[in-house]
Design a protein around this ligand. Sequence first.
Ligand code: PGA
Length: 253
Amino acid sequence: MRKPLIAGNWKMNTTVDEAVALVYKMIESLDKIRNVEKVICPPFISLAALAERIKDSPIKLGAQNMYFEGKGAYTGEISPLMLDDLCQFVIIGHSERRQYFNETDEIINNKVKAALKYGIKPILCVGEKLEGNEAGKTAKIVSQQLGSALADVDSLGGTVIAYEPVWAIGTGRSATGEQANETIGLIRLKITSLYDEEVAQNVRLLYGGSVTDENIAEFIKQTEIDGALVGGASLKAEQFISIVKQTAEISGS
Ligand code: PGA
């Protein structure tokens, strides 16, 4: 069985003090919910402070990005080697990185390979823009993004894939549960064709894009969706706790 996973992507929000305060507000309630994997992805500079705070908690940390080299003359970058001790996950290929920081499929592929080499699980993001969606090209775009991101990746090693339609991110206009389930089902088929049925049945596939405590149930009830990557709503302790709680209730076990 795939354990549901809820990841909070705090993006470029919170100072270190604010990040610690936010985790304090969530930790007690989140710790009580056992059957959902909870991942918080704060800004890099808060990772060390949060790692210390959650060391006795089942909450896990993720980075929002990383460079693909282990070390060297890459001013301003953060390497997997630096993240290794602090977090178990790293978001790779988020649409904001693709859009504002010109991340290409090749860069994303290098990052996935580097994360896996250092034992950090990628949360690989894929998703179509509005034009692609309106032109009926969602399946083609997502399949192409997956093929590129996973080129020469022999083993997924705990990789999580998040389907995040770009038009749904930060817009308040989420996909419907059925829409997300359909594309996520196609992602599972693509993983079957790239690897095999067993790998596809084990990989966790998330939905992301304007997830809130009001619509999470619609996604978690779907057969193919194993959790969510939550942006804005993960910055509000009550909302994030409610999202995790509802996920646990619906998933049962
Ligand atoms: P959102 O962001 O929940 O604020 O739409 C999701 C994401 O970018 O991962």
